[in-house]
Each structure stands twice: as C-alpha cells, then as structure tokens.
Design a protein around this ligand. Structure first.
Ligand SMILES: *Cc1c(COP(=O)(O)O)cnc(C)c1O
Length: 445
C-alpha cells in the first residue's frame, strides 16, 4: 500500500462512515496493492524458471480467509493452499479451480481425504499413517489427483519458535534426518506410482532466507535421489511452501520475491531447470502490506503518568501482537477525527484495545502524536492474519472489511469484502438457538 493511497483511503473511510461511532473498527485492503504484489510474485518466478516450467502459486488461505479476496487472487492467476474443510469450502466458494487447489493439513480425516481425491485436488500427505489411508482409498477408488508427501528437512528454526516448522521435533511432515526416515521416504515413493510430489514449508515469518533456501535444497536433492534410483522422473513437482518474511517496520516490502527467487536460483539451480513443476504457498508476504485495521479512539486517559489511548482495535483483530508483542510488533499511525494524519510532538503512550484484560495492548510506551477521544488509529501491515482471523474474546463482533482502490486523482472507491457481524449473528453463533435443553438436564446439585 502506497503511503498516499493509505492517507486517502483512511480519510475516505472515515468520511463515509465505514468507521465511526456505529462501527468503531474495520479492516481495509488495497486492491491495487494486491494486484501489484501478485504481479511481483509471478514475475520473479517467470524470470528464473526455464521457459515452459509449470508454476502454481497457491495462496495460503489461512493468511486471508475471505472469499472475495480469494476470488480476486484467482482472477490474477493464483490458486489456494487449504488446510481444513472450512478453507476448502472458501476456496470452492471463490471459484478456485480444483487443479489450482492444494490440501495440506497435519490432521486430515479419512472423509476429507476421500473428498479431496474425488474432487481431484492436490493432496500433500503429512505422515506414514496418512499415506496408508491414501493407499486404502486409492485401492478402492483410484484417483488422478496429484499426491505429494510433506517432509521436514530439520534444518532448524528461525527467530519465532511458534512459526518454525523445520525444527528437529516439528509436528509437520516426515522428519527426514531421523534414523531410517530418508530411506523410508525413498521406498515409499518408489512403491507408489501415484506419489509424484514432494512438499516442504519450513516456517512462516522469522526465517532467514538462506535457511529457507537450504530447506528447498534438501527437498530438491531428495527428489533427485529418488529419480536416480527409479531411473526415471518419479517426482515431477516440488512444492516449496511459503514463508517469505514481512518487514513490519517500514513501508518498504523487503525481502522481495525477486530476491528470494534469485537466492533459490543460486542455492538450488536445478529447481528452475524445467525438470520439475513448482508450487509455492505464500500467504503473509502477498497481503500483509496491503491491509490495515482502522479504529476509533474511544477514550484518552492517564495512569501512573502514562498516557493511554483506549481504542477499538485490540486482541480481537491483532491477536498475535497482543499475546506475543516481542515477536509481532506492528506500526501504529495516528489520525484525527476526520481521518487526517495527526501531527504534533510525539508522546510516549500505550495504545490499548477494548478487551477486558490488562494485556490488551497494541503498543506500549510508543511515541505518537498525543491521541484524543474521537481520533483514529491505523494498525499497519495487517492485511494478512489480522482482521481476517478474528478472535471472539469478549463477544466483540467481527469487523467489516472493505477493499479500496485509490485513483491518481485522489478519489477512493470501496467494495465490501465482509459485512460487519451483527449482534443477532453473534448471538446465534453463541448458541442462541439452544435455550431450554441445558436447564432440562437433571444433574445432581
Ligand atoms: C502457513 C502456511 C503457509 C503460508 O505461510 P506464509 O508465512 O503466510 O507465507 C504455506 N504453507 C503451509 C503448509 C503453511 O502452513
């Protein structure tokens, strides 16, 4: 999102009441920014891959589980990486072709596997037991769905433990360096003509690019070993996962897809030789910088000499930042009641959310122009994993989400992506239909 587009979009959103007293918080997504990010991703891989290499960029749905966004991405040529029946339903509702849908999840049920194979969706098996289930399904109802096996290259973690999926004991994939595991994978592929892909996703955020490339290199070498043993191309596609980190400290998008693709080109030249199809699964790096959370400041107060702005954006829209502030710091921008950038001496203040627990802070001791009631704040770089992944604490309703496009002449147009949740919907979701049954149970007092 370009700085000037952001300033215009915030002002227009306030002027049109998308955020105001009735709806005190909303998410905004920059459609032009999304299209530019997709263009950069596609161009980076086209530049380095041999002509004719099949490349599928499957967007990780968990990063923005919003049907209109998935539809927009599909129109731009992307597919979807799904990891639950819900995410698959969203991708299907968005019209994402099955040929561009990839199912990864460590806990696929037999029914999910059966449906995916029947639909022809790509399935990446996580472990030997899952592969045995697929054996059973393929024996009774052979499927032409592409099937892969996820491996854990065990190359080590990045700076955020919870986001590192290639540690020695990560729960994902077949741990390749465990005793006998590599040999097992080779035999497993050679014994199954339909097992034609290998998959690795080594982490999300906090992973050094070199470590990511080392994971892809391990994947590539394993495929080469299998194909050499088979004497022909048994593994034909490598799914290298997502995980490109996002810079949350400035408007510049670094590292770029081109930097990563160039690094892959030098660390794993064979990846781009044209001998393998390539699948990627980027999420955060596509959307984080295209979105923001816009919220009203309800009250300004002080406690123990510290200025505190009580806003409507807290743990419900910025869950990771609130619960793990060291790992997920985000930028906060200050706007006045009309949505214009606030100027004035920066004052150290706490930016708090609406939830009823003391730790519901977006930023602590942050230097910003002094916020007053009626002002607005924007949580920047929150287009992925923030407002789209609402946390229902305190029964705060899911905020509305709006896509915008800012024209060169300064006009801003909005399209609704998700309507604000109504209180009726909230009551229904909270068991509102089940009134009498509970009291009818006669347990002992
Ligand atoms: C979460 C996830 C991704 C996306 O990671 P980002 O950091 O958002 O790019 C891709 N693949 C798998 C298997 C994942 O679990």
């Amino acid at each position: 999102m370009r700085f000037t587009d952001r300033e215009r979009a915030v002002q227009a959103a306030v002027a049109r009441g998308l955020v105001g007293t009735a709806e005190p918080v909303a998410g905004l997504l920059d459609v032009g920014g999304i299209r530019r990010a997709v263009g950069e991703l596609r161009a980076a891989f086209e530049e380095f891959a041999a002509p004719g290499t099949p490349v599928l960029h499957a967007f990780a749905v968990k990063a923005a589980s919003l049907v209109p966004v998935l539809r927009l991405l599909a129109q731009e040529g992307l597919g979807c990486e799904v990891a639950s029946p819900g995410e698959l339903a969203l991708a299907r509702a968005a019209g994402v072709p099955v040929a561009r849908t990839v199912l990864d999840s460590p806990a696929k049920t037999l029914a999910e596997l059966r449906e995916a194979l029947a639909l022809g969706i790509t399935v990446n098996a996580d472990n030997p037991e899952e592969l045995a289930r697929i054996d059973g399904l393929m024996a009774t109802a052979p499927s032409t769905a592409p099937i892969g096996l996820r491996v854990n290259p065990q190359i080590g973690g990045g700076s955020i433990g919870a986001m590192s999926t290639a540690t020695g004991t990560s729960k994902f994939g077949v741990a390749l360096r465990d005793e006998g595991a590599r040999e097992w994978v080779v035999r497993a592929v050679l014994a199954r003509p339909w097992l034609t892909r290998l998959h690795a996703h080594v982490g999300s955020q906090g992973m050094p690019l070199e470590l990511m490339a080392a994971g892809v290199r391990t994947l590539f070498e394993l495929a080469e070993e299998i194909n050499a043993k088979a004497g022909r191309r048994r593994i034909d596609t490598l799914d290298i996962g997502g995980g490109l980190p996002v810079n949350f400290s400035s408007d510049t998008a670094t590292p770029t897809y081109r930097e990563y693709a160039a690094l892959l080109r030098s660390a794993v030249p064979g990846l781009f030789s044209g001998r393998y199809g390539i699948v990627t699964e980027f999420g955060r790096s596509l959307l984080a910088k295209q979105g923001l959370v816009l919220a009203r400041v309800e009250y300004a107060k002080t406690a123990g000499g510290r200025a505190i702005a009580v806003t409507h954006a807290g743990a419900q829209v910025a869950t990771r930042t609130v619960f793990a502030p060291e790992s997920w710091p985000i930028r906060v921008a200050a706007y006045d009641a009309e949505g214009r950038s606030k100027t004035g001496e920066p004052v150290a203040q706490n930016v708090a959310g609406p939830c009823c627990f003391a730790g519901d802070l977006i930023a602590e001791n942050r230097a910003l122009p002094l916020l007053e009631s009626g002002d607005h704040i924007a949580l920047l770089d929150t287009g992925a994993y923030y407002f789209s992944t609402h946390f229902a604490y305190n029964s705060l309703p899911r905020p509305g989400i709006y896509g915008f496009s800012a024209a060169a002449d300064g006009t801003v147009r909005f399209a609704t992506i998700r309507s604000p949740q109504t209180l009726e919907e909230l009551v229904a979701e909270s068991g509102g239909a089940h009134g009498e049954e509970l009291g009818g149970l006669d347990g002992q007092r």
